[in-house]
Ligand binder design. Sequence first.
Ligand code: A3P
Length: 335
Amino acid sequence: MEAASQDTRSDDIPSFMGEDKVRQECKSLISSLPSDKDFLGRNLCNYNGFWFYSNTLQAVIDVQNHFRTLDTDVIVASFPKAGTTWLKALTFAIVNRSKYRSNPENHPLLSQNPHTLVPFLEIDLYSENKTPDLAKVPSPGLFATHMPFLLLQESVKESSCKIVYVCRNLKDNVVSAWHFRRGYMISEMHGTTLKLMIESFCRGVHFCGPFWDHALSYWKESSENPDRVFFTKYEDMKNEPRAQIKRLARFLGCPFTEEEEMNGSVDEILNLCSLRSLKDLEINKTGKAPCSIDCKNFFRKGEVGDWKNHLTGEMAKKMDEIVGMKLQGSGLVFE
Ligand code: A3P
């Protein structure tokens, strides 16, 4: 695959894609790992089967070495652009609902972006500091990660914390990722980058990829430990949002009571966390997420099947074939 040139590199690329925060011991490790380039020609290295930018790998290793979950923690895990922002908002709203019932106008989701309320471990908390101070994190601790379960498991093995995971069909996922990158890397993204990006995804060489191994790592764990890992798909959340958030609340140990169902609690949370509501908030129009990306980039169309507006039949077929082959026999199927 021919990667796009780096000549037009913009100065505002997010830190997680950089190489400047890597410490000496990790540099030695990286030099011993398989390496490749992403679709823009930026370096990726393969750590235990998954591809990371150097700064993120440093943080992943720090998470593995230093982060230990508490029983009450919830980890929102996802493949990038699969619906993370939505799942973060829903999880926050569900577990904190009793705190804001009597003063809904003060709900944190009205003034803070979901990525601020549920920070990423390897992209936010551990990206600047190998041992961030988590003492002030409100209970229950809500954290997020794009790490596959295989890399996260070290941090969660000694607690009974809960993990909620979302993934999405690859075609919409790639189209979403392409729009997202275009939002903050305008000078690097042009007509050919979608094609290059698809090629990278089909080779499995992309940030946090391969896509299928990421999804399978949580799929397998949720099948074996359904009380520990909640697995959902963006498409299911769109098709049956009420059923999915009730399932999520049950999983998190705080099911909606009959009274809450009668008094509209479920719909209130769905409305609060809807794409339309969040996108219209001042903070999400003008604010920045912790990784310095403008919040507005996290909210676009949120439609299932948007790939039809961007991909050729041939591109779609290629992606369906490779995903079908990689997931064969697992029981995990994307429509
Ligand atoms: P599209 O680009 O297809 O519109 P992530 O949160 O993992 O970065 O994923 C981003 C995708 O989720 C984007 O999809 C975005 O529009 C969509 N999204 C963000 N917030 C949402 C919400 N509250 N409800 C539904 N979809 C949402």
